[in-house]
Design a protein around this ligand. Structure first.
Ligand code: TXA
Ligand code: MG
Length: 327
């Protein structure tokens, strides 16, 4: 396994490796992806092996531009409008898979639909342009772990299972892309993310969250246990219990410990603040790293302060509920 800072040489090397069927972890604006040539079934199979992921869970195909996306999926007028507004960016579209789509069936897990996305991270863009192939990429972590937002997370989680890690620091969004199903008439948000329902409503006034449509999520990945630290996670905490670590949001100065004392007196090792100023985008970018840092058996659990359910806060709360096992 190699780690390379994302210089031009490193990106060229990464593109060549993808072409040869190797696994390359690369940065996107959301989280690090574990990429493989989507046209090469054997390479894609290595993704499932490396992640220890159930093979029925389909993968997102990453492409450099709309032209390439159109070779894989059928875009109707709605899909074109949404793509023009939000791509490149943190949005994945579920569309009918084109009959002659060259992507390996393993990527789509036998479904008649396909998930596509054009990431906006300049390194991902450069890599996809040079590779000239569609790249299947789930988040670069073992199944069931929080998604990686730094190269160190990828290394920790996947180690030698990946051939190259293209490193470019911390991902600025920090949460996985919004997944929008446009393969059916009713547009449905299968996974919340940085592109919010309010933003999508500007083009799709009737868009709904999947929970409001059905109890059975259509995104197979949404049914899996996800983002779960190994110690209990307690949400909407207004007070700390003895032995708990604190995942704070905004000002902590009024947050006391039940046994006496104030959270602001806790040692640094026991507290992470998602955003002291209460900035939800900053909180999203810090979420997975801080969950990992507090996931330590010396703590009884992680108490999490309330995060407002507005804008990207909806996606933060979705991931927190999964971490707490309450979804
Ligand atoms: O931000 C992201 O989306 C990151 C970066 C690397 O792009 N990728 C990512 O991939 O989060 P992954 O595999 O961890 O999550 C993909 C989600 C899963 O919940 C999967 O079930 C769903 O997309 N999905 C993929 N293809 C689908 C399809 N055809 N129909 C419904 N859901 C699909
Ligand atoms: Mg994932």
């Amino acid at each position: 396994m190699l780690i390379k800072e994302s210089s031009l040489n490193a990106i060229v090397d990464a593109a060549e490796r993808l072409g040869k069927g190797e696994l390359v972890a690369f940065p996107t604006e959301t989280v690090y992806g574990l990429g493989a040539n989507a046209l090469d079934g054997k390479a894609v199979a290595r993704i499932f092996e490396a992640k220890e992921r159930p093979a029925f869970n389909p993968l997102i195909i990453h492409v450099a531009d709309l032209e390439m996306a159109k070779e894989l999926a059928a875009f109707d007028d709605r899909a074109i409008s949404v793509a023009k507004k939000f791509w490149p960016g943190p949005l994945t579209l579920i569309l009918p898979r084109k009959k002659d789509s060259p992507v390996s069936e393993l990527c789509t897990a036998g479904l008649e639909t396909i998930a596509v996305r054009i990431p906006s991270h300049p390194v991902a863009q450069d890599l996809l342009r040079r590779a000239e192939i569609p790249v299947a990429a789930p988040s670069a972590n073992k199944s069931g772990e929080p998604s990686p937002t730094t190269p160190a997370h990828v290394l920790e989680s996947l180690g030698d299972a990946v051939d190259l890690i293209l490193a470019a620091g911390k991902c600025h969004v920090g949460l996985e892309s919004t997944v929008l199903d446009l393969s059916v008439e009713q547009p449905v948000i299968l996974r919340s993310g940085a592109v919010t329902k309010e933003q999508l409503e500007t083009i799709l006034p009737n868009v709904l969250y999947s929970n409001d449509v059905t109890q059975t999520p259509k995104s197979p990945g949404q049914t899996l246990k996800h983002y779960a630290p190994s110690i209990p996670v307690r949400l909407n905490a207004i007070d700390l219990e003895e032995g708990e670590a604190l995942l704070a949001f905004g000002s902590t100065k009024f947050m006391g410990i039940r046994s006496g004392g104030a959270a602001s007196d806790l040692p640094e090792s026991k507290v992470r603040n998602l955003s002291e100023s209460g900035d939800l985008h900053e909180a999203a970018a810090n979420l997975f790293a801080y969950l990992r840092e507090l996931d330590n058996a010396e703590f009884k659990g992680i108490a999490v302060m309330n995060v407002p359910e507005t804008g990207i806060g909806v996606a933060i709360n979705d991931r927190l509920h999964r971490a707490a096992g309450s979804q």
